[in-house]
Ligand binder design. Sequence first.
Ligand code: AP5
Ligand code: MG
Length: 229
Amino acid sequence: MVALIKRFTRNGVPLRMLILGAPGAGKGTQSSRIRNHFAVTTISSGDVLRRNILEQTPAGQQAQVSVARGELVPDNLIVSLIRNELETIQNNNWLLDGFPRNLAQAQALDQMLLATDQPLNAVVNLNVPEHVILNRIIERYVHVPSGRVYNLTYNPPKVPGVDDITGEPLEHRPDDNPESFKRRLQQYHALTEPLLEYYRKAGVLASFAGDTSDIIFPQLKEFLDERFD
Ligand code: AP5
Ligand code: MG
C-alpha cells in the first residue's frame, strides 16, 4: 500500500528538525519511515560520511579511520559537509540525523540557521534501552549509496544480501563491531547526551521512549501529524 504523503506544514512554517539518540537507537529507521509519510528531506551525517568514504573524496579519506574506529570526525570537516548539504537541499522541510553531535557542532548549526533566520523548530530524542540496541547492530546491513538500513530479523531485504531498490550488494558497516560500538556509545554519553539539556532549555525538545521502532514510530507520527496538513 502506498502511504499518502503529507506535503505542507499546517502553519506554513517549514519543519527544521533534529533526531537524536544513541547509536542503534533507530535514527535512520525512523527517518525513512518519516519520509514515507511526510515530504521531509532527511540528511544523515553518517550516510554523508560513508558516501564520501565510498567515493574516496578528500573529506572521505580524512574521515575513514575515525569512522571505522567509532570516533567522531573533526568538527570543521562535518560542519562543512552539513553546511553544503543544507545549502543544496531543494526542500524547506528537513531533518538532520547524527548532526550535531557535540556542543561546538550545535553552536555552529545555530549560527548557520541564524544567518537565514530559520531556527530549529523540533528536536526529537529517541530513548531506547541500551541492552536492546546492542543486539541490533550485529544484525544490521546497509546500502551505502542510499543509506537504506536492513536488519536480518526486523526488516530483512527481499533477496538476501542485496538492496530492495537497486539490487546492489549490502554491507556490514566497519564500525558495527563490539570495540567500535563501545567507543560510539561512550562518545554518545560524553558528548552528545549533554545536547538534550541544550535543546530542552531552547524549548524545542521532545522525547519518545520504547524498546522498538514500532512502538516509537506511532508517537513520532502523531507529533508530526500535528505539524502537517
Ligand atoms: P552514524 O551513522 O550517525 O551512526 P550512529 O549515531 O552510531 O547511529 P547508527 O546509524 O548506528 O544508528 P541509528 O540510530 O541510525 O539506528 P538504525 O536505524 O540503523 O555515525 C557513524 C560515524 O560517523 C560516527 O561514529 C562518527 O565517526 C561519524 N560521524 C557521524 N556524524 C558525526 C558528527 N556529527 N560529528 C563527528 N563525527 C560524526 O537502527 C539500528 C539497527 O536496528 C538496524 O539494523 C535496524 O534495522 C534495527 N532496528 C530498528 N528498529 C528495530 C526494531 N524495532 N526492532 C529490531 N531492530 C530494529
Ligand atoms: Mg544511522
